[in-house]
Design a protein around this ligand. Structure first.
Ligand SMILES: CC(=O)N[C@H](C=O)[C@@H](O)[C@H](O)[C@H](O)COP(=O)(O)O
Length: 254
């Protein structure tokens, strides 16, 4: 098994200044199949991406068979009563590492976690017991500083900005968070992730001090992309108008 330091050095050398492509598909999408996720990941590699972000052990294993760039593994698990869902437990992290991930991203907020686990403890266990570097997915500057300075996360990603109670009002990539964290955390690389929609956003993220940029929906979110274009068609407009008219005619209807 490679040591934590070897893995960390490998990713640092290969990811600096590069693009990570998040290859995910929502449950229920016809794209949510390991062989399709693997094809998306290989497409990313062949066209110059330096890494991929992959959800779930079965997808990680399928991707590992076809690419050689580092895989950032996550496992999204929903537990009733908890808001954290990105690799919420040590067991989830262990599953993606066993399936072939080179590093693990996990919820880096201080929100309560299932099974009484805590962020500092999960980060320590992933690094020590799995010898695997950790990316902390954060929403705020305070969370990034805590994860990077106090709990030993190897990388910080702005993934959750816009998706927590405190940051719900944010739209677009959080360039300000990238800038603040990269100034304050000189030794912890910052990944800009979340709502990066075009190449100009990527340039701006690097200008703000990002170490790497991760793009998902704008590249691999085929379901989302089709919906955006459909929404701009006359057919969609007619459907919207018909629905409004139907509700006006029968306000108590289903
Ligand atoms: C908040 C959350 O659950 N983010 C997820 C994390 O894995 C993914 O759903 C995103 O697609 C990913 O972060 C990339 O972002 P975007 O798809 O906006 O480029």
């Amino acid at each position: 098994m490679k040591s934590l330091e070897e893995r960390r050095a490998n990713v640092l050398a290969r990811w600096r200044g590069g693009l990570i492509v998040s290859c995910q598909a929502a449950a229920g999408s016809p794209l949510a199949r390991p062989e399709i996720i693997a094809a998306l990941a290989l497409t990313a590699e062949l066209n110059g991406a330096v890494g991929v972000r992959i959800d779930g052990p079965a997808n990680v294993a399928a991707v590992r068979r076809v690419i050689s760039i580092p895989i950032l593994g996550i496992e999204k698990v929903i537990y009733g009563g908890f808001d954290v869902y990105i690799t919420p437990t040590f067991a989830a992290a262990a599953r993606v590492v066993r399936s072939g991930a080179d590093l693990v991203a996990l919820d880096g907020t201080l929100r309560p976690r299932p099974q009484g686990e805590t962020l500092p403890k999960i980060i320590r266990r992933v690094r020590e017991e799995l010898q695997t570097p950790v990316v902390a997915d954060v929403a705020t500057e305070a969370e990034g500083l805590a994860a990077g300075e106090e709990y030993g996360a190897d990388f910080i990603s702005t993934t959750l900005s816009g998706y927590t109670a405190e940051t719900r009002d944010k739209s677009g990539p959080d360039f300000e968070l990238v800038e603040r964290l990269s100034k304050r955390l000189a030794h912890v690389p910052i990944i800009c992730e979340g709502r990066v929609r075009d190449p100009e956003d990527v340039r701006r993220a690097f200008d703000c001090g990002a170490f790497a940029v991760c793009v998902g929906t704008a590249i691999t979110g085929v379901d989302w992309l089709v919906r955006q274009y459909v929404a701009a068609t006359p057919v969609a407009k007619e459907r919207r108008e018909a629905a409004i008219a139907e509700r006006a005619a029968d306000p108590n209807g289903e």
